[in-house]
Design a protein around this ligand. Structure first.
Ligand code: 13P
Ligand code: SF4
Length: 351
C-alpha cells in the first residue's frame, strides 16, 4: 500500500546515500515530488544534472529530461527514468525525418546554413538537439528563450524554431518581432504549407507543435474569472497560446511562476495557467500568507505523461539500484550525444 511504498522508498534512498540523486520536475505528483533531492524547471534541472556527482541520476520527469541528464553528465554516471512511458506529446510532434525534410525544402528557397539558425526547445528528442548542434544552432528552455533568440538572431537573420510554436511566437513577439514576420510550418504539408514568398519574408519559422495541456487554457477563461475578481493577477507558462499570453501580466517557466507568486505581497489573488500539480501545491503553500491561487481552466487538465511516474515505479528503480541492478537507464548513443551536447552547451553558455 501507499504507506509501505513510502517507507520502502525512504529506506532504499537512505541505503544509496550520495550515490544517487533524485531530480523532480514541478509537474510531478506530490507522492513522488516529496522524494526529490532537487526540484526545478527544465533549465535548473539540466544544470543540476550537469553538476551532480552522483553515480545515479533518477529523473522524475519526462523522457527528454532524462536524455539531457545523460548527455550533460559524465560518461560513468547513469540517468534513469522511473517509467519509460513518460514521454512528452509535444516533443513527439517533431522528429528528425520531418525536420531534415523541412531544412531541405528551405534550401530550395534560401541558404539555411547561412540564413537560418535552428533552435530547438529542450522539449525535444536528443537527435533534434544533435541536428541543431550540426547546423550551428542551439537549445532553449522556457526560462531562457529570449536570450537564446537574441543569440540566434545575432548569427543568422532567420530562426527555425521547433517543436513549440507558442513558445517561439510568444517570445519573438515580446522581443518586438511583429506577427507578420512569423510563419507556422505545417509539417504535414509540402513546404510547410507556405509559399516561397512567405518563407523569404519570415524572420521566424515556427514548427506547428503545441502542448496539449497548455492549449486547454483559453482567453475566455481569463475573461470570465476577471469579471468575478477584477483585481486578479494572471500568470501563465509561455506554452499557452498567444491569445492567452496577451491577457497575462506575467509569463514564464514553472520556476518563474513559483518564484513570482511566492515573492508577491500577501493577500493577492492569482490565476495560474500551467499544470495542475504545480498549481495545487502552490495554492496550498501560499494560502497561509492570504494569497489565493486559482487554476486557469474550469476543467481539470494534467500532464498525463508526467503523471505516469508514480511512487511504485520510483520504488522499483531504487530497490533495484540497492541490489546492484540498473533498470530503465536512458542512454543516448555517443555520436548523437556529442552533437546534442554542443547545442546544449551553447545554451548553457548564453543563458
Ligand atoms: P519548464 O521548463 O518551465 O519547467 O517547462 C517544462 C514543461 O514541460 C512545461 O510544459
Ligand atoms: Fe510535454 Fe506539455 Fe507535459 Fe510539458 S506539460 S511535459 S510540454 S506534454
Amino acid at each position: 500500500d501507499d504507506a509501505e511504498c513510502e517507507t520502502r522508498i525512504r529506506a532504499a534512498r537512505a541505503a544509496l546515500g550520495k550515490r544517487c540523486v533524485i531530480l523532480g520536475h514541478h509537474y510531478q505528483r506530490d507522492e513522488v515530488f516529496r522524494h526529490a533531492d532537487f526540484t526545478g524547471d527544465s533549465l535548473k534541472l539540466s544544470r543540476l544534472a550537469s553538476q551532480s556527482d552522483a553515480e545515479y541520476i533518477v529523473f522524475c520527469g519526462v523522457h527528454f529530461m532524462a536524455e539531457v541528464a545523460d548527455i550533460l553528465s559524465r560518461p560513468d554516471q547513469i540517468a534513469i527514468l522511473p517509467d519509460l512511458a513518460a514521454g512528452c506529446s509535444m516533443a513527439d510532434m517533431a522528429n528528425l525525418v520531418a525536420v531534415e525534410r523541412c531544412w531541405r525544402e528551405l534550401a530550395t528557397v534560401l541558404d539555411p546554413e547561412s540564413e537560418v539558425t535552428p533552435v530547438t526547445y529542450i522539449n525535444s528528442a536528443a537527435d533534434l538537439k544533435a541536428f541543431c548542434g550540426r547546423h550551428g544552432g542551439i537549445v532553449c528552455t522556457s526560462s531562457n528563450a529570449q536570450n537564446i533568440l537574441e543569440w540566434s538572431f545575432g548569427r543568422r537573420e532567420k530562426i527555425l524554431f521547433f517543436p513549440d510554436q507558442h513558445l517561439g511566437r510568444n517570445t519573438g513577439y515580446r522581443m518586438g518581432i511583429p506577427l507578420e514576420e512569423m510563419v507556422t510550418w505545417d509539417f504535414g504539408k509540402p513546404m510547410g504549407g507556405l509559399t516561397e514568398d512567405e518563407i523569404r519574408r519570415a524572420r521566424m519559422i515556427l514548427w506547428a507543435g503545441f502542448c496539449s495541456v497548455h492549449q486547454m487554457f483559453r482567453p475566455e477563461h481569463i475573461d470570465r474569472f476577471l469579471e468575478q475578481y477584477p483585481d486578479t493577477r494572471v500568470i501563465v507558462h509561455p506554452e499557452c497560446s498567444f491569445e492567452v499570453c496577451q491577457k497575462a501580466q506575467y509569463i514564464g517557466s514553472t520556476e518563474y511562476i513559483l518564484h513570482t507568486v511566492r515573492a508577491a505581497e500577501p493577500n493577492t489573488r492569482w490565476l495560474v495557467g500551467t499544470e495542475l500539480n504545480l498549481v495545487n501545491r502552490l495554492a496550498h503553500e501560499v494560502q497561509p500568507q492570504g494569497k489565493s491561487v486559482h487554476f486557469l481552466s474550469p476543467t481539470v487538465c494534467m500532464c498525463s505523461t508526467m503523471f505516469r511516474t508514480d511512487p511504485q515505479h520510483l520504488l522499483w528503480v531504487l530497490e533495484n539500484l540497492v541490489e546492484g541492478h540498473v533498470v530503465n537507464r536512458i542512454k543516448v548513443p555517443d555520436a548523437i550525444a556529442a552533437e546534442a551536447r554542443e547545442a546544449l552547451e551553447n545554451m548553457l553558455q548564453v543563458a
